[in-house]
Design a protein around this ligand. Structure first.
Ligand code: ASP
Length: 374
């Protein structure tokens, strides 16, 4: 496969991206940053066989550094990614994953996670698991110790406890207060008073400004950590872990624990993952589609863009998900690393970053994008 990719390399890939742009009717800065995300500006055609690479969502700078450090120490790539994302899972200030992740509409933190091991093509995942800080580690136990791929809900929690995981309340004081505020403001015709309905505010509660409201909506659907890695020997692994959509309907499962949607790894080709609007990653088989685009000869960035374009085309059939110009009104970010160490990421709407460590240090880079920011 790597020979196949080597032969088709630069020209085929760039041609495909240009074609996609033309079909999408994109102009100006759309398809921004294509190729920029290749290591050190080496370009799509440069092959870096034998080098380590870890790519992650923007909240994963420490994650990619840890994953690369562990791979260099000879640790299996699946263990390295799970250890890497464990930093975010344990961070109470990352409100999109693990401890301190935003809760469901009842104020209960429900986590989703998956891991995939390239060399054995085995996956493990858990969904809607409560009270366990490191769902990615539980997903790894599913992968290692069971004949299954996915365990959900209370079964996943009990499975974790059986493996020695400690139960704890994952709601922090900050996320509890945010959730309570969201709950009060869901409606002004229920029995919870919104800020503007309250007559007595001894704690100085004030209504949110419009800018704060916009930030609140944006935050609600932004989160998750994905990490994909390749070792110098060309072995791949990936992991995605999340608290999912904030204030979701209890039991709602996003793309993160679904193999092929929020994560897919093929040891012959590459590994990919998704963050952002999980429903679209599921309905496009997002991560699997990215890997298949790479198998067809696209470089990682162009593979991500090609899948985003398909999502944007299909989603026009659902009017509530597009703006007045027919462009998606949500973000979806795709990440990919190829077997030879090339990497890339793209988002639906301009402005996102990703984290990468390709052996030259952990850093953030700008995602390529399909649509300019409004
Ligand atoms: N993809 C996650 C989900 O849908 C959320 C996110 O990444 O923002 O659960």
């Amino acid at each position: 496969m790597s020979n196949h990719i080597d032969r088709r390399g630069f020209l085929v890939s760039v041609g495909a991206a240009a074609g996609a742009a033309a079909t999408a009717g994109l102009t100006g800065g759309a398809l921004g940053a294509v190729g920029q995300s290749q290591a050190g500006g080496a370009g799509v055609g440069a092959r870096r066989a034998g080098r380590v690479c870890a790519i992650s969502s923007a909240n994963g700078v420490q994650t990619v550094a840890k994953a690369v450090e562990r791979i260099r120490a000879g640790v299996d790539p699946a263990l390295a990614v799970v250890e890497g994302v464990g930093i975010a899972e344990a961070d109470p200030n990352d409100k999109t994953v693990g401890l301190g992740g935003r809760p469901n509409e009842l104020g209960i933190v429900e986590l989703d996670a998956s891991v995939m091991h390239g060399p054995t093509h085995k996956a493990g995942s858990v969904a809607s698991i409560q009270n366990i800080m490191h769902p990615a580690q539980v997903a790894l136990k599913v992968l290692q110790y069971t004949d299954h791929v996915m365990i959900v809900g209370d079964g996943a929690r009990k499975f974790a406890i059986a493996h020695g995981f400690k139960e704890e309340d994952l709601l922090t004081e900050e996320t509890r207060q945010e959730w309570m505020r969201w709950r009060r403001h869901r409606s002004d015709i229920d029995d919870w008073l919104t800020d503007s309905q309250m007559d007595w505010k001894p704690d100085g509660t004030r209504p949110l400004t419009n800018a704060e409201k916009r930030a609140e909506i944006e935050e609600r659907s932004a989160g998750t950590i994905h990490c994909s890695v390749v070792t110098p020997a060309g072995d791949l692994a990936g992991c995605t872990t999340t608290s999912g959509l904030a204030y979701k309907i209890p039991g709602r499962v996003g793309d993160s624990p679904i193999i092929g949607a929020g994560l897919f790894t093929d040891n012959e080709v590459g590994s990919a993952g998704a963050t952002g609007r999980g429903e679209e990653a599921i309905q496009s088989c997002g991560a699997h589609s990215v890997v298949m685009e790479m198998a067809g000869g696209k470089d990682p960035t162009e593979a991500c863009l090609a899948v985003l374009k398909k999502v944007a085309d299909r989603v026009r059939r659902q009017r509530r998900l597009v703006d007045e110009r027919g462009r998606p009104n949500f973000n979806l970010v795709l990440y990919a690393v190829r077997k030879d160490g090339a990497y890339g990421s793209a988002c639906m709407i301009e402005g996102r970053e990703f984290a990468v460590d390709d052996g030259n240090g952990a850093r953030r880079e700008k995602c390529a994008f399909l649509f300019e920011a409004r």
